[in-house]
Ligand binder design. Structure first.
Ligand code: ZN
Ligand code: ZN
Length: 360
């Protein structure tokens, strides 16, 4: 906490922030309130209008990636308006419509080994939007709530042409898929595959197509074929059809993997890659990868991971999506039905992102 931080209460009516918290592993969320950390000079408070449900939220509720610090309010696809700001915030004003993604703080100091190279996602002092401790010891709390406080650097102005509800999933899902496409400089003509056509995958198809690449969707659901084509896929491969799988061999330069299933067959994913092909892992299955090392070596296949996007990438995601008409398909639900929304995501039936909305 900065020494200049002021201990102002939240601008909510009670000075506390009300939300829906997980209080134990895998439990339904319950109403809960907390006293927000002091509003530092670089911080803002946002009155939340919308928050998307991300798969990471559910992994955190379930302690799937290690022990969660309960109670926790998850949610990191936040859209809302600034209701208060610290004295040092000059580039944003009260009333601005902003979005917050998975990260709420990084140091952005010139002597930081990662911020200084533009890798603020990997800042040693980085704080995720929920379930992480700030240096003052407070736990970060997310967007299934009426308000949130974050460092203003991690609140991004929402382009006017975006519907605020559709902007929500761009904050995490959107930037998570667009960041590696930027990193690998994916361009017109590159052959890009997407495995797992869900919250992330349906956006990956759109971003890849908007970049001019030749897009192939890999799905186990024949029912999604027409929708994949509408989202930008020129080819759709049903992974349950051995003939289609065989025909897709060596057909890709890049493969974006968004499928969290424990049953992903990595050897067949590798078979889709042409020589020097690059597989980009965006999902975090709660398991280990099983694959034949020789299948990578013989054809110079690479596998890399990509976490989220930093400040530059989130900004680029919003601008690119606004300009190229990349739009999440959403199911909107009232915030108080959060547990129903989570069940929709758990069931795999959501098309393709649940966005929770507070009363306007
Ligand atoms: Zn840093
Ligand atoms: Zn997320």
């Amino acid at each position: 906490m900065s020494p200049a931080a002021v201990s102002s209460p939240s601008s909510t009516s009670t000075g506390k922030i009300h939300g829906f918290a997980a209080k134990g592993k895998g439990q339904a969320l319950e109403p809960w309130e907390y006293t927000p950390r002091p509003l530092g000079p670089h911080d803002i408070e946002i009155k939340i209008d919308h928050c998307g449900i991300c798969g990471s939220d559910i992994h955190t509720i379930d302690s799937g990636w290690g022990p969660t610090s309960y109670p926790v309010i998850v949610g990191h696809e936040i859209i809302g308006r600034i209701v208060s700001k610290g004295d040092a915030v000059t580039d944003k004003q009260i009333g601005d419509l902003v979005g917050v993604g998975a990260q709420a703080f990084a140091c952005h100091q010139s002597d930081c080994p990662n911020c200084s190279r533009g890798h603020d996602v990997h800042c040693p002092r980085s704080v995720f939007t929920y379930n992480q401790r700030y240096e003052d010891g407070e736990l970060s709390q997310g967007g299934y709530a009426e308000a949130v406080r974050v460092d203003s650097t991690y609140a991004f102005k929402v382009p006017a042409s975006l519907d605020p509800r559709e902007a929500a999933p761009l904050m995490c899902a959107g930037t998570t898929v667009f960041t590696p496409l930027l990193h690998y400089k994916i361009k017109a003509g590159d052959r890009v595959g997407v495995v797992g056509i869900g919250g992330l995958g349906h956006l990956a198809l759109q971003f890849a197509r908007a970049l001019g690449s030749k897009v192939t969707a890999f799905t186990s659901s024949e029912a999604k074929r027409a929708e994949c084509q509408k989202l930008g896929a020129q080819h759709v491969v049903n992974i349950n059809d051995p003939e289609q799988v065989k025909a897709a061999a060596s057909s890709l330069d890049y493969l974006v993997v968004t499928n969290n299933s424990k049953n992903v067959d990595w050897n067949s994913l590798i078979s889709y890659m042409d020589v020097y092909g690059q597989i980009i892992l965006l999902a975090i299955p709660e398991t280990e990868l099983v694959l034949k090392p020789s299948s990578l070596l013989h054809r110079n296949i690479g596998i890399s991971g990509s976490l989220i996007g930093g400040v530059q990438e989130v900004q680029q995601t919003l601008e690119f999506a606004a300009k190229h008409n990349v739009r999440p398909l959403i199911e909107e639900m009232p915030m108080h039905k959060v547990n129903e929304g989570i069940e929709r995501v758990r069931s795999g039936k959501v098309r393709y992102r649940v966005v929770l909305s507070n009363p306007q």
